[in-house]
Design a protein around this ligand. Structure first.
Ligand code: BJ8
Length: 426
């Protein structure tokens, strides 16, 4: 690591020793899981570079933005609208929650039976290893699941810039009103933070920027329908993960470049795996960087992942925001309408999500669905049962996996996944 990076991390207050350990583990995992894949599209080199610089160049860029009086907002949920942040001259970044860290310390603050994602967000803070978290001017939490809701009360004692968004739990008129008013409250908080008032033009431009980013990801998703599949599920997941960190315009450009290459591959029938490789749709909890365990198991067991019904995937990116409004109010309505369609399992009832899983299974020609639930995640694990039932009724095989960020159960999961792949191959 360069001396520049070291002094940058030091100035951010990172614990350099613990941070070295994290980078070491991350680098090794990336090498073993990503760089060992065969037939990758050339365009993935960009994402390899992004990952190698995820705590280096990207952080430097964010600090340069801060120098120019731009604010950085960190978020843990796809309900936090990037459009509002961008329109007020702020940058929104996702905060890592994909690896166990400082578990002993975390369990002094949270019960042991808390999901890995929440524990991870605490681990990164307590161990002082996340430069995104440390450079954020505002950290946004939300009242989604009970775990997060209560954890943010404690998180508020660890950071002094936490903002908590109240989210609806039902797709009712009142729910929509709550979301809309919460987005107004968030807009005011961001405007106060940046000192920039959102205008029709700035909001329109922000909507377009985020829509372009989403449209590029939609394009990538559509190309995964081909058989042979031109890109691995692991690589597509990586693009979905980087969606939360990268400069939006550069991200859009890089994904579109990969798509050009994938179109060429499809025309030559060139795939990452042979034609007729069993196709799997993932559904369930979000997989944040560097949570690659399950996709890695699946794609080294003879199947390919063709889609993610996940917040780091299609649940998070589908639906564009209408940019035709002529007033800030109309555009804010469009923002609320777009986000209100997100079918997170915290909603009740949540038939939309089941319909979407079915729709995706058919659209991506999946032979089976793997439902991924993090241990102790009530919303997704509860919902996995009706999801499985629905899929069974439709004759679609489904495997429910409940796991955490640890590697102890890899062998056991692999055995179940291999048996499932054999079943869907018949
Ligand atoms: S919109 S999925 S990003 S809340 S895994 S912390 S639900 S106990 S992450 Fe999420 Fe927003 Fe919903 Fe998406 Fe709780 Fe479950 Fe843990 Fe979870």
């Amino acid at each position: 690591m360069s001396d520049d990076n070291t002094s940058m991390w030091k100035n951010l207050g990172l614990d350099l020793k613990a941070h070295d350990v994290l980078l070491g583990v991350l680098g090794q995992a990336y090498q073993d899981i990503y760089l060992s894949q065969e037939n990758r599209p050339r365009g993935m080199e960009y994402f390899d570079f992004v990952m190698s610089e995820i705590h280096g160049l990207r952080i430097k860029e964010l600090l340069d933005e801060k120098e120019k009086k731009r604010k950085i907002i960190g978020s843990y949920c796809v309900f936090v609208p990037e459009e509002i942040a961008l329109a007020a001259n702020a940058t929104l970044v996702g905060l890592c929650s994909g690896a166990d860290f400082a578990v002993e310390q975390v369990e002094k603050y949270l019960p042991r039976n808390t999901c890995s994602l929440i524990k991870s967000s605490f681990g990164f803070k307590l161990a002082k290893v996340c430069p995104y978290l440390e450079c954020a001017d505002m950290i946004v939490g939300e009242n989604t699941c009970d775990g997060k809701k209560k954890a943010y009360e404690t998180m508020g004692t660890l950071v002094d810039n936490l903002y908590v968004m109240d989210l609806p739990q039902m797709k009712s008129d009142n729910g929509r009103k709550l979301l809309r008013s919460e987005y107004d409250r968030f807009k005011s908080a961001v405007e106060e933070l940046t000192g920039v008032e959102i205008s029709v033009d700035s909001l329109k431009e922000a909507i377009r920027t985020v829509n372009e980013k989403r449209a590029a990801i939609h394009r990538l998703s559509q190309l995964r329908i081909a058989d042979p599949v031109p890109i691995s599920g692991l690589d597509a997941l990586l693009a979905n993960q980087v969606f939360f960190y990268d400069n939006p315009a550069r991200f859009t450009q890089s994904v579109n470049k990969i798509c050009d290459e994938l179109e060429e591959r499809i025309s030559k029938k060139k795939g990452v795996f042979p034609e007729k490789t069993p196709r799997i749709l993932f559904s369930g909890c979000p997989m944040a960087v560097p949570n690659w365990k399950l996709p890695w198991i699946v794609e080294t067991s003879g199947a390919v992942i063709v889609g993610e019904e996940s917040c780091v995937g299609e649940r998070g990116t589908r639906n564009l925001t209408d940019d035709s409004g002529k007033t800030v109010d109309a555009l804010m309505d469009a923002v609320a309408d777009r986000y209100f369609k997100i079918d997170c399992a915290i909603f009740t009832p949540n038939q939309d999500r089941r319909d979407h899983i079915l729709e995706m299974t058919r659209a991506y020609k999946a032979d089976g669905v793997i439902h991924y639930g993090l241990q102790f995640c009530q919303p997704y694990n509860m919902e996995s049962i009706p999801v499985e039932k629905l899929l069974e009724e439709e004759g679609i095989p489904c495997l429910r996996i409940e796991t955490d960020y640890g590697m102890e159960d890899v062998g056991q999961i692999k055995t179940r996944v291999e048996a499932f792949i054999e079943q869907i191959q018949d």
